[in-house]
Design a protein around this ligand. Structure first.
Ligand code: AMP
Ligand code: GLY
Length: 420
């Protein structure tokens, strides 16, 4: 069987690599992918994620059994609807189901309507109304652009002035274009943050190990928000009872709600949560796998990934199993300056072998050779599995010390919160 993965980052590298290792899978294409992926035997296709008709034509001509869609913007643009209309199978939610991610206001409405615990909020497109809401609520308070903003549309404001400034940038200065034409202003929730992923088919769902991302650029959760600088799974200090409670109070009602709204969900549902004093509450839904969480979750899958997805697409019960021991941890290596301006074209260390996996994101071959050079903000990620968080940290950080990371940087404290 031949498969197609749509996207180009570390998340898609992990998805495609795992699919290629599945039984009965002879070839995995990635569109557009990145050159680093080819070191794992993946085949790149030079078609962008927004070129739906070219992707469909490619899938038809190459006898692709089904496609796995990685990125949120492709889902928001209705790529799954287009594939289905062309008679092709694709794993991911329809445009209407993916609205859980591409409109924060829609996600809030669904949560309120179906009784899912989340922060109190207001949605505004008028600056003066937003300002008086903030002044009434006080700080800390959280300001979010309604639409997709590459993970950068959220401001956790310590003061009323910061919050008003964030609203001004979104509503008056158009910082995020249409994505910021409406803002969701939300109660600040205090507590441990974690992510819960599930494979979903309508009202059936299959929970993955809990994961924790590190969104700030620098050690000690300092610096600007990024796409994610490292992660680990499962979160060892998170009681199973919290997972059970999240399933009952959040996952089940939201999936039932989506069916009731005529937007039945198929794909990966990513729930971002804060464990508040009165239980887990949703800070966001994403309609896809996380990056970098995928890179630390999928190595823990012990069942056959391609078979599991085939079964879900065929409406059969998938037999999904996970490693139930140890911890999988990964550290992202990024270009100095990320998430703002950075240089490209720096030479990268050799790909690791053995029990440390290298997943590539912003990586590209040099003009006349197969030497990999940096080509993006997040460049590559090292991932390993060990008995404990500290043993995994030791393996990864020892390896990173051996690598020449000139012009690149990484956090030195991934997993340290779990490691008290
Ligand atoms: P998001 O892009 O929605 O994941 O938000 C980015 C980060 O902002 C999250 O990872 C949280 O650390 C923080 N955040 C979002 N919403 C809230 C909230 N209501 N209370 C506290 N922190 C929040
Ligand atoms: N790791 C955060 C995200 O994928 O949105």
């Amino acid at each position: 069987m031949k498969l197609l993965v749509v996207g180009s980052g570390g998340r898609e590298h992990a998805i495609a690599k795992n699919l290629l290792e599945s039984q009965g899978v002879e070839q995995v294409f990635v569109a557009p992918g990145n050159d680093g992926m080819t070191l794992d035997g993946l085949d790149l296709v030079d078609i962008g994620i927004s070129e739906h008709s070219k992707l469909i034509e490619f899938a038809k001509e190459n006898d692709i059994a089904w496609s796995f869609i990685g990125p949120d913007d492709a889902l928001a643009a209705g790529i799954v609807d287009d594939f289905n209309q062309a008679g092709l199978k694709a794993f991911g939610p329809s445009r209407l189901a993916a609205e859980l991610e591409w409109s924060k206001d829609f996600a809030k409405e669904i949560m309120v309507k179906y009784g899912v615990p989340t922060a109190a909020y207001g949605t505004f497109s008028d600056f003066e109304e937003a300002k008086s809401y903030i002044e009434k609520q006080g700080a800390p308070i959280v300001v979010k652009a309604d639409g997709l903003a590459l993970g950068k549309g959220v401001v956790v404001a310590e003061t009323v002035e910061q919050a008003v400034e964030a609203v001004q940038e979104m509503l008056l200065d158009n910082k995020f274009g249409d994505s910021g034409a409406r803002v969701v202003i939300e109660e600040f929730l205090d507590g441990e943050e974690f992510s819960l992923f599930a494979f979903v088919n309508g009202d059936k769902f299959y929970i993955m190990p809990t994961a924790q991302d590190h969104k700030r650029a620098y050690d000690g959760d300092k610096g600007p928000n990024t796409g994610g600088m490292g992660a680990y799974a499962p979160v060892p200090h998170l009681p199973q009872s919290v997972v059970a409670q999240s399933i009952e109070t959040i996952v089940k009602p939201v999936l039932k709600g989506m069916i009731a709204e005529g937007r039945s969900y198929l794909g990966v549902l990513y729930t971002g949560l804060i464990l508040a004093a009165d239980g887990p509450k949703v800070i966001e839904f994403n309609s896809r796998f996380g990056d970098p969480e995928t890179q630390i979750i999928l190595p823990r899958l012990t069942s056959d990934f391609a078979q599991n997805i085939t079964d879900i697409l065929d409406k059969k019960e998938p037999a999904i199993t996970w490693l139930d021991e140890g911890v999988t941890l990964g550290v992202v290596v990024a270009s100095e300056g990320y998430p703002l301006d950075y240089e490209k074209g720096l030479p990268l260390p050799e790909k690791t072998d053995g029990d440390i996996i290298t997943y590539y994101a912003g990586a590209k071959f040099a003009e006349n050779s197969r030497a990999l050079l940096s080509n993006g903000g997040r460049v590559y990620m090292l991932v390993t599995t060990a008995d404990t968080v500290s043993a995994a940290q030791e393996k990864i950080y020892d390896q990173l010390k051996k690598q020449d990371t000139t012009g690149l940087f990484y956090r030195t404290d991934i997993g340290s919160k779990a490691n008290k």
